[in-house]
Design a protein around this ligand. Structure first.
Ligand SMILES: O=P(O)(O)OC[C@H]1O[C@H](OP(=O)(O)OP(=O)(O)O)[C@H](O)[C@@H]1O
Ligand SMILES: Nc1ncnc2[nH]cnc12
Length: 183
């Protein structure tokens, strides 16, 4: 796993707000809106996530960035722009207008389905998956399945934050993981 410098982790820590019992009792929700509202911090986070799509010499080594609705979009779209590659949305059911593939999954506070357009990827596309939080790993694992079913080659998953008290890391198997901040 790749981790960010301690100062970036500390910056993130100071800009993520804990909201108790949201969206349901017993869940401590990690609210990233204060971070998004801080231009310098948001910029650093996007650059650090984008680094997961480059090799050691700085060369871009992915063809697409995939982001998951909704918070994943906020980070994945600017990462795609930073890398100069296309962005592919993975969405909740009934939102994508074209032909889709679907995968069902569990998350910390419920059950969900994710969809991706069947023509979103070209066979062999190298894909970087970006999200805000890795918790149970259900969202990331479902997205990885959609990418593989779509003909993509998984380059890695990069997240702003990992909730290390949940089994997200195990759920993604050997998919290379970049984490900017561990809780
Ligand atoms: O590792 P997991 O247990 O799957 O949890 C992580 C996911 O949960 C949140 O999304 P959520 O489904 O709450 O949707 P949102 O982005 O629309 O708030 C978060 O943005 C991640 O995508
Ligand atoms: N506790 C949490 N806070 C924010 N996003 C989440 N996604 C899954 N669990 C979460």
């Amino acid at each position: 796993m790749t981790t960010a410098p301690a100062d970036l982790s500390a910056l993130i820590d100071g800009l993520v707000r804990d909201v108790e019992d949201f969206p349901k009792a017993g869940v401590t929700f990690k609210d990233i809106t204060p971070l998004l509202d801080d231009h310098a911090a948001f910029t650093q986070v996007v650059q650090a996530l984008a680094a997961a799509g480059r090799d050691a010499s700085g060369q871009v080594v992915v063809d697409k960035v995939v982001g998951m609705e909704a918070r994943g979009f906020i980070l994945a779209a600017p990462v795609a722009l930073a890398l100069g590659v296309g962005f592919v949305p993975v969405r909740k059911p009934g939102k994508l207008p074209w032909e889709t593939r679907s995968v069902d999954y569990d998350l910390e506070y419920g059950q969900e389905t994710l969809q991706m357009h069947t023509d979103a990827l070209t066979e062999g596309d190298r894909v970087l998956v970006i999200d805000d939080v890795l918790a149970t790993g259900g969202t990331a694992a479902a997205t990885a399945t959609l990418v593989q079913q779509g003909g993509g080659v998984l380059h890695g998953l990069a997240v702003l934050m990992e909730l290390s008290f949940l089994p997200g890391r195990a759920a993604i198997g050997d998919l290379p993981l970049t984490v900017l901040h561990v809780v």
